[in-house]
Design a protein around this ligand. Structure first.
Ligand code: GDP
Ligand code: MG
Length: 437
């Protein structure tokens, strides 16, 4: 992967006592190769590494105490700059604000529309209206309706109407009447750039004058993503880019090249099929991720979104009184699961991403534990001390597990409780939990 390649490019500078211009030149060359192999356009990669070399020489990497670290920092800053420098806000001041979603079929427009509605509702206090303006696939309306239902957002559709412009206009009138503060128009896409599709989206744009036009692109399509972005931008002059499927095995090149090519900011990255796996795009964090430096900030934000102050206080009290039980444990598991895919989460911890990339960590990791807790009675869950040998046998049977599995889990749970109690005695546990919420 790009991260690994960059890491090995830095290797010779890391831990190396004496550094010469030759070392730097070869490191820079390695970086350039890694970028090109990750689908970054050659010219961009060359410009990039030229800047890095200049900075490295200017900032005296050669005489630095830890040249490797300084070099990593220079590359990180330049990567962030290449991707736009700072994050770019969505323009949603107007009431209602209209956001037009465009992109090829399968790029993730409909999924993103749902995620964006959810984001604006839960994080920005908006009242979104989702509009199904994909008039070619009847199933598209249902897909959006299912998403809308999951997040409690109204979906506007006119199954009989084959005029995307009319649908969009009617939807906005409906939004004004209904007090919706944001209108998200999900349009039809084609498998490749084609004139009919472009014309249709351009017509919708002309008719509704959106505050934002977001171009959605599958980051797994590499260099094609950049060409598609260019075609859409020439025609639509969009206001921002959404990179989807960053959870997959992407080479990362799209993120690095698009901003440079179309000179439009990346505004969101989408990482998974769950509706709460949408993140505002922060170039700096993305750069850290590419360099395998982890992304603790995003991790903490995801955690904060799930844990609130009140819950944390309640939990703290239970731990203090040694009353932490299986109900609490299960609730914690659920909170963690809501934060997203386990492997993605762990990948955000510096140093861990590389270590776990070949390990299969699925969200099923919790299934065994959940089955065991699930086959306990409510009384057992709230009073773990109740669970004796015969109860354990019954629980194992109910969960489809061996008695050893239950014994082991009970032992781990007990150890965890002891540890929590210890930590709490010194005040660290409470503070730790508070930091999370
Ligand atoms: P549209 O044709 O542009 O509306 O694309 P859809 O929203 O229907 O998405 C196409 C497929 O990609 C669906 O199977 C989605 O579940 C999937 N998909 C969308 N976004 C993501 C993402 O961020 N990660 C992954 N892994 N899959 C995604
Ligand atoms: Mg769609």
């Amino acid at each position: 992967s790009l991260s690994e390649r960059l890491d090995s490019a830095f290797k010779q500078l890391k831990g190396e006592g004496r550094i010469s211009e030759i070392n730097i030149a070869s490191t820079v060359k390695e970086i350039r190769r890694a970028l090109v192999d990750a689908d970054v356009n050659y010219k961009i990669a060359k410009d990039f590494t030229d800047r890095v070399r200049e900075k490295a020489l200017g900032e005296k990497v050669i005489t630095a105490i830890s040249p490797g670290q300084l070099m990593v920092k220079i590359v990180k800053d330049e990567l962030a700059e290449l991707m736009g420098g700072t994050e770019s806000e969505l323009d949603i001041k107007a009431n209602p604000s209209v956001i037009l979603i465009a992109g090829l079929q399968g790029s993730g427009k409909t999924t993103f529309s749902g995620k964006l509605a959810n984001f604006l509702k839960t994080k920005k206090g908006k009242k979104p209206l989702l509009v199904a303006a994909d008039i070619y696939r009847p199933a598209a309306i249902d897909q959006l309706k299912v998403l809308g239902e999951q997040i409690g957002v109204e979906v506007y559709s006119e199954p009989e109407n084959k005029d995307a412009v009319k649908i969009a206009q009617n939807a906005i009138a409906h939004a004004k009447q209904n007090g919706n503060t944001v209108v998200i128009i999900d349009t039809a896409g084609r498998l490749a750039v084609d004139e009919v599709m472009m014309k249709e989206v351009a017509n919708v744009k002309a008719a509704v004058k959106p505050n934002e036009i977001l171009f959605v692109v599958d980051s797994m399509t590499g260099q094609d993503a950049v060409n598609t972005a260019k075609a859409f931008n020439d025609r639509l002059d969009f206001s921002g880019v959404v990179l989807t499927k960053l959870d997959g095995d992407t080479r990362g090149g799209a993120a690095l090249t698009i901003k440079y090519t179309v000179e439009k900011p990346i505004k969101f990255v989408s990482m998974g099929e769950k509706l709460d796996t949408l993140d505002v795009f922060y170039p700096e964090r993305m750069a850290q991720r590419i360099l395998g430096m982890g992304d603790i900030t995003t991790l903490v934000e995801r955690a904060q979104a799930q844990f609130n102050e009140e819950q944390a206080k309640k939990l703290e009290k239970k731990i203090r009184q040694n009353q932490f039980d299986f109900d609490d444990f299960r609730e914690q598991l659920n909170q963690i699961k809501k934060m997203g895919n386990l492997k993605d989460l762990m990948g955000m911890i510096p140093g861990i991403g590389k270590a776990i990339k070949d390990i299969d960590i699925s969200d099923d990791a919790f299934k065994g534990i959940e089955a065991i807790i699930g086959s306990m009675t409510p009384a057992e869950r709230s009073n773990p001390d109740l669970i004796d040998g015969s109860r354990r046998r019954r629980i194992a049977k109910g969960a489809g597990k061996d008695i050893q599995d239950v014994n082991q889990f009970m032992k781990q749970f007990e150890q965890m409780r002891q540890m929590m109690k210890q930590m709490n005695k010194f005040g660290a546990g409470g503070r730790g939990l508070k930091a999370m919420g």
